[in-house]
Design a protein around this ligand. Structure first.
Ligand code: 6PG
Length: 471
């Protein structure tokens, strides 16, 4: 019996996805460039072996899948995808579908589609989130492609996806690059979310002098409130863990230099290219870059000392509560930015990304999964494309939440504790709600040095200022 679907690339994500497919009753033909890995995967598949067809060549893989063939690629994003597509094409027909499930840059996905000839198989760009666990037991799946392609792969994607109260976390979000774009923004938001959590951890550690264990308990408690989310949950677990080698808290033995594979940076770059503010994401990307300057930071710490900054005022439980509410407010602003970037890209590329659906398929399976996304989905229902900060439910929350955010950012600044992402979120919020900003001065400066012109309030046309007289 032929397989229903094929999968290429048996790394951690690919192998788990293949097992997930098999477990859901679909037959899957698998291939890996290193044959030994294919054999090993098959041997370890246990009771799922009957659903798996291990293939040692691409020709073999194509033969073992029922036409029209859907084939998932789970290889390293970048050149490996192009190589795999080129190697695979000779064995495929026009009706087949290659599904790139890696963290591709959406520009590559658009290009790959454009490069396909009239008799080539079609191409789908699919964002998959949820790490190892998600891939194995239910990821969030963000698809970019044609409705026809999606209709053909929808049953298997729905089956393997995460479920939020029974609703599948897989959806077609638009054509060509839309799925990979949404995954990129998911990761950008993931960066902002993680960074804000780390900043609060820093305030608790360096400002209040709490132990990882004590901080872990705070996060554990917060996970039962409005911050309830996968990232808060794992933060609590991480802080409670002990290093086997030293018996120290595990976080205390880890070098404070964050890795990044590029998706967060792409999110910030795309936001900039679209001219849409995503300062929470940008600050988070920059914070990772600063974290990598281990030597310079050590030198600067010696050069500047503590600058005589004030001690953080220990406001007791009230301050801890402000941290909880402020973190949520910062998160709301960062998510508002992320969704705005998607709305902007959707307009720019004519994608029609459904924002409520996007929020819905992020409620389970993915790294940023949370209850909070259910509220975001509700906020976008019927008012797609409007900034989240203008949704009535969020206006109410931010009225009080922003005050806590303000308090913690201010206190941290006075104490010399860095909160770049939280501060960026606050700056965005305060600028966004300012009916009369300060760009009138920027316009005057531009006109002064470059005669760029400006608009007068309530008048049509371009004007110049009386600068020569001022000179
Ligand atoms: C996910 C994750 C996943 C991966 C990122 C991490 O949604 O499942 O985002 O895609 O963990 O690549 O990115 P960095 O290595 O850049 O932190």
């Amino acid at each position: 019996q032929q397989a229903d679907i094929g999968l290429i690339g048996l790394g951690v994500m690919g192998a788990n996805l293949a097992l997930n497919i098999a477990e859901n009753g679909y037959r899957v033909a698998v291939f890996n460039r290193t044959v030994a890995k294919t054999r090993e995967f098959y041997e370890e598949a246990g009771s799922l072996k009957g659903q798996i067809i291990p293939c040692e060549t691409l020709e073999d893989l194509a033969k073992n899948i029922r036409a029209p063939r859907p084939i998932i690629l789970m290889v390293k994003a970048g050149e490996a995808v192009d190589e795999q597509v080129a190697a695979l094409k000779p064995f495929l027909a026009k009706e087949d579908i290659i599904i790139d499930a890696g963290n591709a840059n959406f520009h590559d996905t658009v290009r790959r589609l454009a490069e396909l000839g009239p008799n080539d198989p079609t191409f789908v760009g699919m964002g998959v989130s949820g790490g190892e666990e998600g891939a194995r037991h239910g990821p969030s799946i963000m698809v970019g492609g044609t409705p026809e392609s999606y209709a053909r792969i929808e049953p298997v994607l729905t089956a393997i996806s995460a479920k939020y109260h029974g609703e599948s976390c897989s959806a077609l979000l638009g054509p060509d690059g839309a799925g990979h774009f949404v995954k990129t923004i998911h990761n950008g938001i993931e960066y902002a979310d993680m960074q804000m959590i780390a900043e609060v951890y820093g305030v608790l550690r360096d400002g209040l002098g709490l132990t990882p264990e004590a901080i872990g308990r705070i996060f554990e408690k917060w996970n039962n409130g409005p911050l309830n989310s996968y990232l808060i949950e794992i933060t609590a677990k991480v802080l409670a863990a002990t290093d086997k080698k030293t018996g120290e808290p595990a976080v205390d033995v880890i070098l404070d230099s964050a890795g990044q594979k590029g998706t967060g940076r792409w999110a910030a770059i795309e936001a900039q290219m679209l001219g849409i503010p995503a300062t929470g994401i940008e600050a988070a990307v920059a914070a990772r870059s600063i974290s990598s300057l281990v030597k310079e930071r050590s030198e600067a710490s010696k050069a500047y000392g503590d600058l005589g900054t004030a001690k953080l005022l220990d406001g007791g439980q009230a301050f801890i509560d402000a941290l909880e509410e402020g973190l949520l407010a910062g998160k709301i602003a960062a998510y508002a930015q992320g969704f705005d970037v998607m709305a902007g890209a959707s307009k720019e590329h004519g994608w029609n990304i459904p924002l409520a659906t996007t929020a819905r398929i992020w409620r389970a399976g993915c790294i940023i999964r949370s209850q909070f996304l259910d509220q975001i989905a509700a906020a976008f229902e019927g008012r797609e494309g409007k900034n989240l900060l203008l949704a009535p439910a969020f206006v109410e929350r931010m009225k009080t939440g922003s005050q806590s955010l303000r308090k913690i950012v201010a206190e941290a600044a006075l104490a010399g504790l860095p909160t770049p992402a939280l501060a960026a979120a606050l700056g965005y919020f305060d600028s966004f709600r300012q009916a009369r900003g300060t760009a009138n001065l920027i316009q005057a400066q531009r006109d002064f040095f470059g005669a760029h012109g400006f608009k007068r309030i309530g008048e049509e046309g371009d004007f110049h200022g009386p600068w020569s007289e001022a000179n």
